[in-house]
Design a protein around this ligand. Structure first.
Ligand code: ADP
Ligand code: MG
Length: 303
């Protein structure tokens, strides 16, 4: 994840009436536009508290990831914040279950290709082969609130899971504040609907067109694809999602995958974020099989 300024850039809207209030505000956080909407009498407090929590989460992620990377290879476990520890624990569970299709230790490969930044490039075979030594979730160890990477030069990248975790964090604050209607939107990448909401899914090959409109009810939606962050070279479209096995952009048959995860699933938004990224690497059939085998209450929409 990149460093970014937390700029409050959109307007805050407060609509009051009959004692109830609807409140909506957007901020740039975690590399995206986070929009929070809440209805009911605690709406502004819920939104304000949530933004504080997400800003704190972002700060902890940046500093903890750095700490782990600086200590990589020296054998020491590094104490990290409880939130980042939980993110890494969930990521590791899904790395094992997906056979490494999802892997937060893919950071060095992500940086080698640099897709989604201003300087993407196709690396040489030698570079790709060298970076493979620095990718592998089996080299990330977690123990008593601390983390360790086995090899110096390994990098952690939480771009495929942190926004989902942020959505779950806000979801808990909204629940504490008894918000029964609202929307938690992390740049349309991962969304949770409190109550019922209609959400459009973008067509991955036709800008400004929708491919479907779905009704979300107390469930999370996450989308991963090759149409927003990508790079074209050698007549090929390279997506920002890396296959950790090849350390190259996933050669996916899919251009976009959305997943709806029911609210009954623990940490449904974190799981949704992970699953959309993982499904892009796994492909349609393996991704569908994965849901059944792991009994996850979720549904994919492929494009
Ligand atoms: P977005 O962040 O645009 O919503 P995703 O949730 O699909 O998209 O996450 C993609 C990001 O996750 C990449 O930009 C990169 O930072 C990271 N990443 C890429 N490949 C993997 C992978 N196989 N496993 C885990 N994280 C990945
Ligand atoms: Mg994701």
């Amino acid at each position: 994840m990149k460093k970014f300024l937390a700029i409050i850039f959109m307007t805050a809207i407060l609509i009051s009436g009959c004692g109830a209030a609807n409140y909506e505000r957007s901020e740039i956080l975690m590399g995206t536009v986070v929009t929070l909407k809440a209805e009911g009498k605690n709406s502004q407090a819920a939104v304000d508290e949530s933004f504080k929590a997400v800003a704190e989460l972002e700060k902890n992620i940046l500093s903890d990831v750095k700490k782990i990377e600086v200590a990589a290879g020296n054998g020491d476990f590094v104490k990290i914040s409880p939130d980042v520890y939980k993110i890494l624990q969930t990521a590791q569970i899904f790395s094992e279950r997906t056979g490494g299709a999802f892997d937060v230790t893919c950071g060095a490969a992500v940086e080698l290709w640099n897709i989604g930044t201003e300087n993407p490039r196709v690396p040489t075979e030698e570079e790709i082969s060298a970076v493979k030594n620095f990718v592998g979730f089996e080299h990330l160890h977690l123990q008593n609130g601390a983390a360790r990477l086995d090899l110096r030069g390994m990098k952690i990248n939480l771009g495929g899971v942190a926004k989902g975790y942020g959505v779950d964090l806000v979801r808990k604050i909204f629940a504490e504040k008894k918000i029964q209607n609202g929307l938690i939107d992390f740049g349309t990448s991962t969304i949770f609907a409190v109550g019922k909401k209609k959400i459009g899914i973008k067509n991955s090959r036709a800008e400004n067109e929708l491919t479907a409109i779905i009704e979300l009810e107390n469930s999370a939606l996450s989308t991963s694809g090759d149409y927003e962050k990508f790079f074209i070279a050698n007549n090929r479209r390279y997506s920002h999602i890396i296959d950790p096995k090849t350390c190259a952009p996933a050669a996916s048959e899919i251009s976009s995958v959305s997943v709806v995860v029911e609210g009954s699933q623990k940490n449904c938004a974190t799981v949704a974020d992970i699953l959309s990224t993982a499904a892009f690497v796994l492909g349609r059939d393996s991704a569908e099989k994965f849901l059944i085998e792991n009994k996850i209450p979720a549904k994919f929409i492929f494009q």
